[in-house]
Design a protein around this ligand. Structure first.
Ligand code: THU
Length: 130
């Protein structure tokens, strides 16, 4: 997991967080060994900003990967406390990542909290409900 965290950490400076000054980066490990990163991208129309987790997932899918290619995700910030994904990201992660994929929440100090994707959104809505 440390290599995945290091890739997320290295991506933090790419964060476009000029309004919140809150940098977030995510890194996704794929079964083929590749790692894809994403950062939060903000907009002057704040609601149009995109979180790091969704940036990483959308990037992976845009490169041809899908749910079954994903092994795990690491998320990090510049903060020393634990930061976990927002509700919108949890919804997207539920659909675009395996439910049993590990999500590693890593503080700037390197402390790691690992949760299963499915545990991030109890009673979540998904395609089976349509
Ligand atoms: N943000 C993320 O990138 N991921 C999260 O899970 C929480 C929030 C971003 C969105 C916005 O650019 C900034 O952090 C402050 O909310």
């Amino acid at each position: 997991m440390n290599d995945l965290y290091q890739r997320a950490k290295a991506a933090l400076p790419l964060s476009q967080s000029q309004y919140s000054n809150f940098k977030v980066a995510a890194a996704i490990r794929l079964k083929d060994g590749n790692i894809i990163t994403g950062v939060n991208i903000e907009n002057a129309s704040f609601g149009l900003s995109n979180c790091a987790e969704r940036s990483a997932l959308f990037s992976a899918y845009s490169q041809g990967y899908t749910k079954d290619d994903i092994v795990e995700m690491a998320i990090t910030t510049e903060k020393d406390h634990l930061v976990s994904p927002c509700g919108a990201c949890r919804q997207v992660m539920r659909e675009l990542m395996p439910l049993d994929a590990n999500v590693h929440l890593v503080t700037a100090k390197g402390d790691v909290t690992t949760v299963a994707n499915e545990d991030l959104l109890p009673y979540g809505f998904d395609a089976k409900d349509l």
